[in-house]
Design a protein around this ligand. Structure first.
Ligand SMILES: [Fe+2]
Ligand SMILES: [Fe+2]
Length: 240
């Protein structure tokens, strides 16, 4: 399944209906989850995040429905945990020359996971990569929820891709918050915050304030798990 978020921006992720536990067995996920990856077609082509390793083939099939996979120039790895970076080894076999964009900490931990000397480019808050018409802007977000975590923002389309932040473990055949039962989604968003972000609540508030100071308009928030906040996207930010 492939879904267009905005002109030239596609969800190419995977819905995992069956997963019932996350982070070992500590976190139950009765409503399953999704691993969201986003493909951006511009003069240059970028993929933001991959999927959990066992689903790599689905990610690759999804990308191939839209473009020749070999045309990908940049792969952004916002976070090294395997539910998002697990697709890298299979993907990179097709595009060994592509640039893998990571935070400094992300570079260390992705190398420790996979032991490949990919063409890494490290970025920090305020760094940008032009894709042609639009650009990617990066915001480091340490401890939201891991030391290496970062957010990627796409100008022009005004999409914030904050990886695990603002996510929910919620499997659905719909991709957007205006298409699903919001009571269920908020139950999962609260549970998610409680499980992975509560210890870092002070940092969450500081990061949101820092992001607001960048004055980047947000039309949608596209996290790495669950539905995409398209209608009133700042509501979940206020809730955080
Ligand atoms: Fe994570
Ligand atoms: Fe995750």
């Amino acid at each position: 399944m492939v879904v267009e978020l905005k002109d030239g921006v596609y969800w190419v992720g995977v819905v995992d209906w069956n997963i019932k536990h996350f982070h070992g067995h500590e976190y139950t996920t009765h409503r399953g989850t999704t691993y969201n990856a986003y493909l951006i077609i511009d003069e240059k082509i970028a993929l933001v995040d991959t999927v959990y390793g066992p689903y790599s083939h689905e990610l690759i099939e999804n990308i191939e429905k839209i473009i020749d996979i070999k045309k990908i120039d940049y792969v952004i790895a916002n976070h090294a945990e395997t539910d998002h970076s697990g697709g890298l080894p299979e993907l990179m076999k097709f595009i060994p020359e592509a640039t893998v964009v990571v935070s400094e900490k992300g570079k260390e931990s992705i190398y420790k996971h996979y032991h490949y000397h990919w063409n890494f480019k490290t970025v920090k808050t305020g760094d940008t990569i032009s894709l042609g018409k639009n650009s990617l802007v990066f915001v480091s977000a340490p401890m939201l929820h891991w030391p290496d975590s970062m957010f990627t923002y796409l100008t022009g389309k005004n999409i914030l891709m904050p990886n695990d932040a603002f996510g929910q473990h919620y499997a659905s055949s719909s991709r957007f918050n205006d298409e699903v039962d919001m009571v269920e989604v908020y139950q999962e968003a609260i549970k998610y915050y409680t499980n992975i972000l509560t210890p870092f609540s002070d940092l969450v508030i500081k990061k949101i304030d820092e992001f607001k100071k960048l004055n980047l308009p947000v039309d949608s928030i596209a996290p790495s798990h669950g539905i995409i906040w398209r209608e009133n996207p700042m509501h979940i930010v206020e809730k955080y």
